[in-house]
Design a protein around this ligand. Sequence first.
Ligand code: PMP
Length: 395
Amino acid sequence: MFADLSDAPLDPILGMAQVFAGDPSPQKIDLGIGVYKDENGNVIVLDTVKQAEEYLRNTQTTKSYLSSAGNPQYNDAVRGLIFAPGSDAHGRARTIQTPGGTGALRVGADFIAKLRPGARVFMPDPTWPNHPALFRAAGVETVVYPYYDVAAGRIRFDAMMDALGEQLTANDVLLLHGCCHNPSGADPDQAQWAAIAELLERTGAMPFVDLAYLGFGHGLEPDRAGINILAARVPEMIVASSCSKNFALYRERTGALTLVAGGERQVEAAKGHLLPVVRANYSMPPDHGAAVVAHILGTPALRAEWEVELNGMRERIRRVRLELVNQLAGKGGRDFSYLADQTGMFALLGISPAQVQSLRSDWHIYATDSGRANLAGLTMANVAHAAEAFASVTR
Ligand code: PMP
């Protein structure tokens, strides 16, 4: 089976990480892999996570199996984060714990393939490259819709609505990024979310929202506004959420899949059909990250501390975005002012592969081949160098 295989292509982001590690320049900046870094460039463990781990170490009495749905306290707490207080979605939603946001997306994709063979999933152009890969791996057809104008640095909302209005049917699924769109950092505003909800009502298509960056955009409440606008209007929805970024739990694989249905009976039935999909895949999710999150969100003082830590991460990203745009002013080259209005870690620099290469070889700055930059790799100490480089390669 393996004898005649040729070498598999190297993952481009991981390949770049190796080149970065070997670059001896003291000025080098890693804007590649999607992790939040602090002002010292470190991917830290949150203090609230350390406290919850200490609590678990002292109180956990067993490592026995849970169930395919994972930790029930975690599931309730995550549902509480996604839907606004008082939303009727709480009663007609059920959440299961999954191995990361990726696990949630894949279980959701398998579930769509099981319940609706022939459904198409419409995804934005551009999107996170793993989206098409994992839906296709689940045997679900993918269709691309226009989303972002790289040259103009803004959403192509009219083109998106026209394309979706013409093509979406009641058998289809519309994949949306809940906030902090990866890779563009550009999200619909509230009026645009309302127009998307209206389109979904009209076509009968179901939204599948990927919420990987809750709290990284404008805050917990504004970042869930889009999902809540949809939930108030459409009968059914799937949400894949992740605690990888907002709890910095990346390797602990802490995510959740939430189903919303027309009522409590329907959602219980849907959950009943979802669990065998999990059972036949990984059986049940890993416990540790979810136990940590359940303890933090279930302990009012810790939850308040976590919100301070989350706000700190978000505000640092905001500060470096603004500082980058400030430093670029008057330098010539591409107009990067759109970076100040966008949110989350990622931005498309709108530069050619040759310019990406020049950033690496002449300036020791590593963005992905597509020109996506993880702006959380910037600090007050290195942002001036980045501004010099971005202006220089685009002049
Ligand atoms: N969706 C998007 C858009 C992402 O960027 C990511 C992380 N890179 C994920 C989902 C999945 O995150 P994880 O599986 O690490 O929780």
